[in-house]
Design a protein around this ligand. Structure first.
Ligand code: PLP
Length: 411
């Protein structure tokens, strides 16, 4: 008899974005004339920059010649890319890493999900709340979340750390000690960031409590302020307690191309049940070499080109394009009297809904009255209720049009 992984049966049936899609489609069916602008899903709209396209064309040609053809590459990624990553993302910030601590993959989501393979099912997980839903759902699949509580919102084995305007979106150290802590900064969905001092507190906490931090830095490229760390390894002692996940998706428009990387420092150790310390780097290497056959050569050449002087300049321009959208959105929403968070070091604007409107009610009013689609904050966790996410990843023209509608909106 074949048995199912019953953890999958515990997952809530519908995923946030499919609910949104259903509601938008229903509205469109009734109002086919409505010109709906989506500032909801966090996908990019700018094309991949010319320097990267050129590098890919070259790599494609190499694949067509016997002398330069590449078959299976190293599962961990080509050295040419690992070296660029080390030099540009870490050495430039005073962090030294070895090539065998960098694992190139097909994007951050896969690695964030797969990392559970090398972690015990017994680990108690903590997430900030609201949160990128992948952290929670992958732990439900892995059997670490327990059961869904009666409120239908909390999993009883997950520690939720609320991040709201009351604590200025800075998570407080948890009263209940977790084993594994997910931190995402700059944050999706709130668009807020942690300063170096605030992140150092978490690293110190993890060191004092033998906890592991899974640090998602997918939005690192959007950081503008000097006192915001780009990598957790800028914090003292972080290599001993943290794995970092990076993505080219938002940095260089790779959402459809797929490339990211994960840093697993060699000094990072966790425990066996009998109390021995085990390094995670060789285990992740074993996991990847067994279950993953590497990111495509062409894509890795594309990622390499994102670090060339021209690639850096061109991708910077795209990032500035989105951050201009963020500024405009933020200003216009503030002008109509809304309380806004985020948007300074991240491409997300986190809106406090007015007059105690629920997240979904605000979603409906914005859709029906302005024909703008955003994401209800409650979809990211219980502490997201009463908030609403807009993204800066839209086209500039659409963002400007959205703003003109918002300016005339009678809330
Ligand atoms: N981490 C966060 C916080 C994200 O918001 C996203 C994508 O939206 C990802 C990871 C996934 O990135 P990738 O496209 O590299 O899988």
């Amino acid at each position: 008899m074949a048995f199912v992984n019953e953890n999958y049966l515990k997952l809530r049936e519908s995923y946030l974005f499919s609910d949104i899609k259903k509601k938008v489609n229903a509205y469109k069916a009734q109002h086919p004339e409505a010109n709906i602008i989506s500032l909801g899903i966090g996908d990019v709209t700018r094309p991949i920059v010319p320097a990267i396209i050129e590098a890919m064309h070259k790599a494609v040609d190499e694949m067509g010649h016997a002398e330069t053809f590449r078959g299976y590459g190293p599962e961990q990624g080509y050295r040419f890319l690992q070296d660029r990553i080390i030099e540009h993302d870490f050495r430039s910030r005073g962090v030294e890493l070895d090539a065998d601590e960098i694992f190139v993959g097909d994007g951050a989501k896969s690695d964030l999900g797969n990392i559970g393979d090398i972690l015990s099912v017994k680990n108690k997980i903590a997430v900030t709340d609201p949160v990128y839903p992948v952290y929670v759902d992958t732990n439900v699949m892995g059997g670490r979340a327990g059961e869904l509580a009666g409120d239908g919102e909390h999993w009883n084995r997950i520690v939720y750390i609320p991040c709201t305007s009351e604590n200025n979106f800075v998570p407080e150290l948890p009263a209940e000690r977790p084993d594994v802590i997910y931190l995402c900064y700059p944050n999706n969905p709130t668009g807020t960031a942690l300063t170096k001092e605030e992140l150092q507190k978490w690293v110190d906490y993890a060191r004092a409590n033998d906890a592991l931090i899974l640090f998602d830095a997918a939005y690192e490229a959007f950081i503008h302020d000097d006192n915001i760390p780009h990598s957790i390894y800028e914090m003292e002692g972080a290599k001993e307690v943290a794995i970092e996940f990076r993505s080219f998706s938002k940095t260089a428009g790779f959402t459809g191309l797929r490339c990211g990387y994960t840093v697993v420092p060699k000094v990072l150790k966790v425990h066996t049940e009998t109390g021995e310390k085990v390094a995670l780097n060789p285990l992740w290497n074993r996991r990847q070499t067994t279950k993953f056959n590497g990111t495509s050569y062409i894509v890795q050449r594309a990622a390499e080109a994102a670090y060339s002087p021209l690639g850096t300049q061109q991708t910077r321009e795209s990032i500035e394009y989105y951050m201009r959208n963020a500024r405009l959105l933020k200003e216009s929403l503030q002008n109509i009297g809304l309380k806004i968070f985020g948007g300074d070091n991240a491409p997300y604007i986190w809106v406090k809904t007015p007059d105690g409107l629920s997240s979904w009610k605000f979603f409906e009013r914005l859709l029906h009255e302005c024909h703008i689609v955003g994401t209800p904050g409650v979809g990211f966790g219980p502490s997201g209720e009463g908030y609403f996410r807009l993204t800066a990843f839209g086209r500039y023209e659409d963002t400007v049009e959205a703003i003109s509608r918002i300016q005339n909106w009678k809330l």
